[in-house]
Design a protein around this ligand. Sequence first.
Ligand SMILES: CC(C)(COP(=O)(O)OP(=O)(O)OC[C@H]1O[C@@H](n2cnc3c(N)ncnc32)[C@H](O)[C@@H]1OP(=O)(O)O)[C@@H](O)C(=O)NCCC(=O)NCCS
Length: 370
Amino acid sequence: MSSTARTDHPAVAGLELRPLTFPTSLDDADPHAADFLAMVDVRNEIHRLVSGHDDHCFPAAELLPHYAPQPWEIRRMWLLLLDGVPVGRVGVDLPLEGAQTLALFFIDLHPDVWGRGIGTTALALVERTAREHGRTMLQTYVEHPEVPGPRLPAPTGFGSVPSEAHNVRFLVGHGFVLEQIERNSVLDLTAPTDGVERLLAQARERSTDYRTVSWFAPTPPEHVAGYAWLKSRMATDVPAAELEVPEEIWDAERIAVHDARYTSVGRILHVVAAQHVATGELCAFNELVIGVDRTGASHQEDTLVLKEHRGHRLGMLVKCENLLRWREIAPRSPRVMTYNAEENRPMLDINEELGFVAVAYEGAWQKQLH
Ligand SMILES: CC(C)(COP(=O)(O)OP(=O)(O)OC[C@H]1O[C@@H](n2cnc3c(N)ncnc32)[C@H](O)[C@@H]1OP(=O)(O)O)[C@@H](O)C(=O)NCCC(=O)NCCS
């Protein structure tokens, strides 16, 4: 099919793109709660079908705090209905930091309705929204289930996606460029811990200028400044290929909002950080999270060693210590998931030594708007 046909934005009969107003509560009394609940249902169903498991599914109550208005970004979302039935959703995030040229988005459609032009219609909405806010770069992260056939390699030289996958064809057909591959891997939390203990002992021997400190969200006052600095460096010190990543400013207020997203709904966030003994500076950290269902998968969120403190096994140190503590904190969680850039060899080496196994790959895609 020619690219002209794909930019033609077909009108799809019976399709409604309904803007969501994020509710402040999920009570029936909140007029916006029903559409939010419908959005979460369709979100979880699509993740289940595309990934083949429940580990990316979250209850509505745990997602809601992530959509409260914040000064550092605008979040827009639409529920897609076909003949009145929810079939998908579209999200656009507009960072209000850095150059403000970027729009991050996703389109999630139920597989039953793929191939009818709904994705193309949704992408036209994304592009319109981005342009209205003066954005010139679209960015999306997408899981690509394996299909046989030719591969599209990432320009980083690390990893590839299947060219014939429906969503690869969709993105390429609409002018997107594959920039980077993210590896999604999983660690079995029911396996013996002796390997992790051995790696922890080795990391301690190599990091004698550092000690570890740990806490549960909300962040204790003595660590707020150090943690805020580490969080801000996630935007600058992590391999990003040619992806546009706005710098982020983190202060005590932003840490409080971040922490409350977990604590206000009963999720657990536990942080292990490495502290430089001589200066007291926090220089590395690892976060583990579990939802209200303590039998579900755990998620490893941010991990970072500041550039100037690399080479002392601090990544291994904070990961091992958090994983061992996690066995006591969330003893019924069967596994932990993580994401890493496929070219991030130092981090992948650590994860592979710990026993993480790749389960899926994501593509990070960009499109320059003209
Ligand atoms: C990727 C995704 C958004 C595509 O949505 P979609 O509705 O299937 O996309 P479209 O129907 O607009 O386009 C897909 C194909 O259908 C064709 N098509 C477009 N209009 C059509 C129509 N009216 N009838 C039949 N086919 C049509 C397109 O040309 C395209 O063909 P191609 O595969 O030969 O390139 C959807 O599969 C999805 O949600 N996947 C899971 C999440 C995801 O991967 N999102 C990625 C985007 S962020």
